[in-house]
Write a protein that binds this ligand. Structure first.
Ligand code: M6R
Length: 611
């Protein structure tokens, strides 16, 4: 995915665009570019990050009140100057920035080549720019008509901002599959892939829908469909404080977001749990409770960390509400002709609400007639709009590419859902349910306590920062936590790490264990405690180094493990929320000590809007 920013108004466009790109850099950071419209269209772009672009334009003319900017995560063509956006059409009429993929670009490119077009980049975006120009010149139509006609020929996904050198008083924006938000100011409009670059100027926004085309002048907005039907723009208020999208004194967004988890979890259950901590009420599910109660099974879909949260959900729903659950990678589910019944309830989990595979899996499930619910963090994103109902996590913007607070907020929602269903199905006693609700409400305090131990995690990080491999083991509710711990480590520190159900270790991974293998074991006291103690002994017998997460006061494992990290006692159903925190911090400190770019790990982007 890529980040898009646009501005049209009376202010200098450059600072607005460059600051906006910095806010969106989590979406992609392999090259960046801007175009400023003045008497001419001034386009500057280069390989590298937004900071490189800033250096590159330092001595250039960047004056002008209209412009667009782009920060890229490469799909077509390697990250280099030519493939960076904006892409300009062959004769310079159209300048385009694009987030998404034009799937039929090679066919369109061939046709344009047959008509004499030459290409300087390998991008699908340049094909689109040239297609628009070709239609514009050949059909002698307005820029808007050329854009709309071109878009009817395109298969794929796009969030676009386009300008035409003959109509320099306007920007044209369009969306299909890739998000685009318009900020509405006084005599000015902002455009961005999400609201974060906009909120410091205005909190009035319009979320474009698929097939929308917006024609923006500084004091006029025309919204229509790609087929030229006029639409009435729906202006909404976005509830986002500028402080939420700054680092607030932390070295990295990831660290800030780890420390925000008590607040994020609290915000996620606030207003959804009765004042006396006895009932959970999820307004977003009100209309689908009958389907949930009648469901023969729940299928949870997601990718990456959201998939791990789904695995915790599986344990929760089966354990507390006695509903069978399957957890599927969205990318596998959608491609393998799955059997979906009308009585199935699908829960799609996604921080961004824009992950292409998850969206495609949702569409598949909807077409099969199932009820589809969403658990998303980004308000107004695509997934909440495609689902029948859902529950927002209130984690606030997550900027660090490695997901942290989104995970615990997702697990919080899943816990609340399981508790609602357990109540309605009477699958656990009232006493037990109330005890769990009380414990959930107490989780932010537990996490606060765990966060105070960061010096301890730093010491362990220092000892193991040069390891080449890590194993993470957990049983039951802690198996997904082990997977999540391993994912955090590999994505930000580039250390190879695997998560396993602890009992599976002896079916293969045990062969990897020697004195150089750190093994992180989630070994808090719950039903499988004795078994996990045996697993630790198995590792120690092969000279592995054990870093064990234990319940406060544990003495047995203290005598076995090389290092212990203590966490307060929790019910196993709630313990993933607490036990994941030390693992996030351990990964964070190791990555920092290895000199890795924690917030922008190599090859990654915050949300994957390509399939
Ligand atoms: O926005 P989503 O939750 O749908 O994103 C899913 C994954 O791409 C995401 O969790 C990814 O695995 C993160 N980098 C994990 O830290």
């Amino acid at each position: 995915m890529c980040g898009i920013v646009g501005y049209i108004g009376d202010k200098n466009a450059y600072p607005i665009i460059i600051n906006g790109l910095k806010r969106l850099e989590y979406r992609g950071y392999d090259s960046a570019g801007i175009a400023i419209l003045d008497d001419t269209v001034k386009t500057y772009k280069c390989k590298g990050k937004v900071a490189d672009l800033e250096k590159f334009v330092a001595d250039k003319d960047i004056s002008g009140n209209i412009g667009m900017g782009h920060t890229r995560w490469a799909t077509h063509g390697e990250p280099n100057d030519e493939n960076a956006h904006p892409q300009v059409s062959q004769n310079g009429y159209f300048t385009v920035i694009h987030n998404g993929i034009i799937e039929n670009y090679s066919r369109l490119k061939k046709r344009l080549k047959d008509r004499g077009y030459k290409f300087v980049s390998e991008t699908d975006t340049e094909v689109l720019a040239n297609l628009i120009e070709y239609i514009y010149l050949k059909g002698k139509v307005t820029a808007e008509i050329a854009v709309r006609l071109a878009l009817t020929k395109v298969i794929g996904a796009y969030g676009l901002v386009i300008s035409c050198k003959d109509e320099k008083d306007k920007l044209i924006a369009a969306r299909k599959g890739s998000p685009l938000v318009i900020g509405v100011g006084k005599g000015e409009y902002f455009l961005a892939s999400d609201a974060t670059p906009i909120v410091e100027y205005t909190n009035s926004v319009i979320y474009l829908n698929d097939d929308d085309v917006a024609i923006l002048k500084k004091d006029e907005l025309i919204l229509k469909t790609v087929h030229n039907d006029r639409l009435t723009p729906k202006v909404q208020k976005v509830d986002l404080e500028i402080g939420e999208i700054d680092k607030n004194g932390f070295d990295h967004f990831m660290l800030k977001e780890i420390f925000e988890q008590p607040r994020a979890i609290n915000d996620t259950f606030r207003g959804r749990i009765s004042a006396d901590n006895t009932l959970v009420h999820l307004g977003g599910l009100f209309n689908v409770i009958p389907q949930l109660l009648a469901a023969k099974r729940i299928i949870i879909i997601g990718c990456g960390t959201s998939w791990h949260a789904g695995l915790v959900g599986e344990y929760l729903f089966e354990d507390l509400a006695r509903i069978p659950v399957e957890v599927e990678y969205a990318s596998e589910f959608r491609y393998r002709n799955p059997i979906i019944h009308k009585e199935d309830v699908i829960i799609a989990i996604s921080q961004s609400g824009e992950t292409a595979d998850t969206l495609a899996a949702i569409k598949l499930a909807k077409n099969a007639g199932a009820t589809v619910l969403g658990i998303c963090n980004v308000v107004g994103s695509s997934i909440p709009r495609y689902t029948d109902a859902g529950v927002y996590t209130h984690a606030g913007p997550e900027i660090g590419v490695a997901s942290t607070k989104a995970f615990t907020a997702q697990v919080t929602v899943l816990t609340m859902m399981a508790l609602v269903l357990a109540e309605k199905k009477n699958t656990i006693s009232d006493k037990e349910r109330k005890r769990l609700i009380k414990e959930l409400v107490n989780i932010p305090k537990t996490i606060d306590k765990i966060l105070k131990n960061s010096e301890e995690y730093k010491k362990i990080a220092e000892l193991y920062k040069d390891s080449e491999n890590f194993l993470y083991l957990g049983r039951g509710y802690f198996f997904p936590v082990a997977l999540e711990g391993a994912l955090k480590l590999k994505e930000i520190s580039y250390i190879h790490a695997e998560g396993y159900p602890a009992a599976e270790m002896k079916h293969g991974p045990i062969a990897l264990i020697d004195k150089n293998m750190p093994v992180v074991v989630i070994a808090t006291k719950d039903g499988s405690y004795e078994k996990i103690v045996s697993n630790i002994q198995e590792v120690k017998a092969r000279n592995g180094k054990v870093i064990a997460l234990v319940t406060e006061g544990d003495t047995i494992i203290k005598n076995l493990a090389d290092h212990v990290i203590e966490v307060p006692q929790n019910d196993a159903a709630l313990a993933p929320l607490a036990t994941v925190i030390p693992l996030q911090l351990l990964s964070y400190y190791i990555a920092v000590m290895r000199g890795c770019n924690v917030d922008q790990p190599r090859n990654l982007a915050k949300s994957v809007t390509v399939e």
